[in-house]
Design a protein around this ligand. Structure first.
Ligand code: UTP
Length: 280
């Protein structure tokens, strides 16, 4: 059974080119890059599953077929290693495949994250949904609620759209959507302004939006009305900014650790951390 605050679906926009990882991403999706032995996208799906979500919708593009194959049974591999000592290596992905449904839609033109989310509308319908950018890897060690669980809890308490934020050095604001707002409970801000990729001198704070959202379905209408902004792309931040003028939108400070695996430095840092702490 679902009420109007339960979150059953998660969108994974994975259509981007991943240019920062070329040539590795020439024929392979960025989201299939592994942190030790597990692809980034699987960490994201496992996080959503731990947050109680079982319907996973991917916004894909050309050259992303490996993601669909990853979340499907590989009969050849299964029969090859069935009954051998190697079978245990397949168990984590088998569990994910058994517990979730997977949907795919193609974003034919890379017109930005807002456009990617709008492309996913037919997979979502008229209910609240999560969005995970798998290249923002949030540590999910079971000690505290994972990033998406933290967002779902606040969404269920206030019944509104929520975004995840993290403090960043002021010098880094041009890489993020930046919010400002009033702290209404510890670590929860009611947003009054948002700017996509501001220069440090123009940034309203150092609270940066990271790749986790729980959105109410009226966001689709707001995206439809959003004109291309920074980098000529339809930005989800611009749609959320207008939504926040009309109704409450909250920002929740991430309690766990995050690695920016869309950058080489963050990817290497995550690899070292996960290897040393065996979070794989
Ligand atoms: P990024 O800005 O990280 O772009 O997109 P990118 O193409 O993946 O990587 P670089 O910058 O070229 O190295 C943030 C997220 O939004 C998705 C990307 O797949 C990534 O998960 N995205 C972005 C889309 O799905 N469609 C778009 O049109 C733009």
């Amino acid at each position: 059974m679902s009420d109007n605050t339960s979150v059953r679906k998660c969108l994974f926009p994975v259509a981007g080119y991943g240019t920062r990882f070329l040539p590795a991403t020439k024929a392979m999706p960025k989201e299939m890059l592994p942190i030790v032995n597990k692809p980034l996208i699987q960490y994201g799906v496992e996080e959503a599953l731990s947050a109680g979500i079982t319907q996973m919708g991917f916004i894909t593009g050309r050259g992303k077929r490996a993601i669909a194959d990853h979340f499907d049974t590989s009969y050849e591999l299964e029969s090859e290693i069935s009954g051998t000592s190697k079978e245990k290596h397949l168990e984590p992905i088998r569990t994910v495949i058994d517990k979730c449904d997977f949907m795919f839609m193609r974003q034919r033109e890379m017109l930005g994250l807002g456009h990617a989310v709008l492309t996913g509308e037919p997979m979502v319908g008229n209910e609240p949904f999560a969005v995970v950018l798998a290249d923002d890897l949030c540590l999910n060690d079971g000690e505290i609620p994972n990033a998406l669980q933290q967002l779902v809890e606040i969404h269920q308490k206030y019944n509104c759209s929520v975004v995840m934020i993290q403090e960043v050095p002021k010098s880094d604001t041009a890489s993020y959507g930046i919010i400002s707002g009033e702290e209404i409970e510890q670590g929860v801000y009611q947003i009054d302004d948002m700017v996509e990729k501001p220069q440090p001198e123009d940034a309203p704070s150092n609270l940066a939006i990271i790749g986790r959202y729980v959105l109410t379905p009226n966001i689709f209408d707001y995206i439809r009305q959003t004109k291309p902004g920074a980098n000529g792309e339809v930005q989800i931040t611009d749609a959320l900014k207008v939504l926040a003028e009309d109704e409450m939108v909250l920002a929740v400070k991430l309690k766990s650790r995050r690695f920016d695996c869309g950058s080489i430095d963050g990817f290497v840092e995550a690899t070292n951390y996960y290897y040393q702490h065996q979070h794989y």
